[in-house]
Design a protein around this ligand. Structure first.
Ligand code: FAD
Length: 511
């Protein structure tokens, strides 16, 4: 008999699960998405024809399965132009191969990332700072902090105190809104395992010695140093729209504007879920399995009957970091940017803003992700990224207030003139980052409880409260489908999946 699989969320994990079920079984997936678009955090926002990527999503994976899956959905564009960029193909359904360049903006100057021992770095930092960094690195190598109790210990052990204070501390604290000494070292291990001064030096030496191109899978390269990646011509949302179309074409259902509000279970099985649509109508749906990509804290709170008190306490204690991105269309950058052409366009895909006197964390240059993201001629379309907490001062600003605040920040650090701003668009992204603090150290309490509900599969980023990228989120969805098809009720493999914990979007470690 045909089985119904209910899925909460039409992000990469939910849509991968839906398509895999349709390809490999006769199950019918019914996907509920609270927003009116697909793609989750990996969606693309269209503002007056200019497209914003929420964060800038590189399509890169060390998993061949994921790379092939993406290529099957959108073939890679053939050919290259003289400047090394892929040709924009005739057909729209192509993945571009993009070069990565991201630099650090600090002391009103650009530093290469990872920081290299170039003449430019020497000039930018000055001899005194460099000597301090060198000595403190040597000191850290000789006298390691043991045990590593927090993220500060983790960084200092690997980079020395001075380099940590120069390039890691302030940025990490901007991202997480708390001192590194309050953050688990586990997060550092997941984010920058494998990146060290030695690996950066080896990488630089390797570049000098090898003239060969890089294999796209780039398996041997530390993921923080990857220089090329795939990217859909119209942004990541294009991939997820194509996947959603195929899900529908194969008979799956996707209900946009439908928020899952309650999950009913009995005798160790989910029996039904209740949804509320954008017009306020509620409906209950019965199914044989339930795949959840919604934030675990929310799932725990909507289980009926309610889980034991200790599970509820851990669920409500999970923390998140939220995110605001402002799309900004400008006529040109200021001379400080030292870019090219009449717009003074810099070559970076994104820039880490290390300046301590502003709150902005990163600056995306969408023109360099894909020229097709920008339809306004002769303009630079940027994404200003702010890490914040839902309800805090930044989050609560009106669009006009935020716009003026953010533009004044870019003016302050000498990157734009307010008079050159042409258009803007503000996007709030709640729960963008599942945090490794709060009740996270008791997470096993939730896992042990939810694992007892045989047909409930927690997958994806917030679905597992893991710092997953798209590839990792997709792989957890694939494993859930494998389990459903095989009738396997153990979730062990899903929890243990390990694509490459080093590769994450905040490469610097955040960075
Ligand atoms: C700034 C930033 C940069 C990133 N850069 C990269 C990158 O370069 N490369 C990369 O691969 N990944 C990157 N990522 C990670 C990527 O965005 C996520 O891994 C991916 O989107 C996770 O997919 P998901 O389906 O698990 O979750 P999500 O994308 O969060 O999708 C979950 C969906 O569930 C919906 N939902 C939630 N609750 C409910 C409910 N109750 N009912 C119905 N629907 C619900 C949400 O609206 C959402 O659409 C980045 C993330 C951020 C924040």
């Amino acid at each position: 008999m045909t089985k119904i699989v209910l899925i909460a969320g039409a992000g990469p994990a939910g849509l991968t699960a839906a398509l895999e079920l349709l390809r490999r079984s006769d199950c019918i997936p019914i996907v509920f998405e609270s927003l009116d678009d697909v793609g989750g955090i990996s969606r693309t926002i269209n503002h007056h024809g200019n497209r914003m990527d929420i964060g800038g999503h590189r399509f890169f994976s060390k998993s061949d399965w994921v790379m092939q899956w993406w290529r099957d959905m959108m073939p890679v564009a053939p050919g290259k132009t003289a400047d090394g960029l892929s040709l924009i193909p005739e057909a729209d359904r192509h993945l571009l191969v993009r070069p990565r360049l991201s630099r650090i903006y600090f002391l009103r100057k650009f530093f290469s990332y990872p920081v290299s021992l170039s003449a430019q770095t020497l000039r930018n930092l000055g001899v005194v700072r460099l000597l301090r960094i060198g000595f403190s690195y040597a000191w850290a190598c000789l006298f390691k902090r043991k045990p590593e109790r927090n993220l500060e210990d983790f960084f200092v052990n690997r980079f020395g105190k001075a380099l940590y204070a120069t390039f890691f501390r302030d940025y990490t604290e901007k991202v997480w809104g708390r001192p590194c000494s309050d953050i688990s070292p586990e997060w550092g291990a997941q984010r920058i395992k494998g990146l060290s001064i030695l690996s950066a030096l080896r990488h630089a030496a390797g570049k000098l010695l090898s003239r060969e191109g890089h294999d796209l899978a780039q398996k041997r390269t530390n993921t923080s140093l990857i220089e090329r990646f795939l990217y859909p011509k119209y942004g990541p949302g294009q991939m997820w729209h194509i996947v959603a179309d195929e899900v529908r074409a194969r008979g799956g259902q996707i209900h946009l504007g439908h928020k899952v509000t309650a999950v009913q279970h009995a005798d160790g099985r989910v029996v039904s879920v209740t949804t509320k649509d954008s017009e306020g109508h509620t409906r209950t749906w019965e199914g044989d399995h339930f795949i959840s990509t919604m934030p675990i804290s929310e799932l725990v709170a909507m289980l009926h009957p309610a889980p034991p008190a200790e599970v509820q306490v851990v669920g409500s204690g999970l923390c998140y970091r939220d995110f605001i991105t402002l799309g900004l269309l400008v006529k040109k950058l200021k001379p400080t940017a030292q870019g090219r052409g009449p717009m003074n366009l810099v070559p970076d895909t994104w820039i880490y803003i290390q300046e301590p006197d502003v709150k902005i964390g990163r600056l995306q240059i969408f023109n360099n992700w894909s020229p097709s993201l920008v339809t306004t001629p002769d303009a630079i379309w940027m994404g200003l990224e702010y890490f914040c907490q839902e309800g805090d001062e930044l989050w609560s600003m009106s669009e006009a207030e935020f716009f003026h605040f953010a533009v004044s920040e870019l003016e302050k650090i000498d990157l734009i003139d307010a008079a050159d701003v042409v258009d803007h668009h503000l996007v709030h992204v709640p729960k963008a980052y599942p945090a490794y603090f709060g009740s996270y150290d008791q997470f096993s309490v939730i896992r042990e409880y939810t694992d007892t509900i045989a047909n409930l599969y927690l997958v994806g980023r917030n679905g597992m409260h893991r710092y997953n990228n798209q590839d990792h989120s997709m792989l957890t969805a694939k494993l859930a489908v494998d389990d459903i098809i095989a009738g396997n009720v153990s979730k062990r493999e899903i929890w243990e999946i390990n694509v490459d914990d080093e590769y994450h979007e905040e490469k610097r470690s955040t960075s």
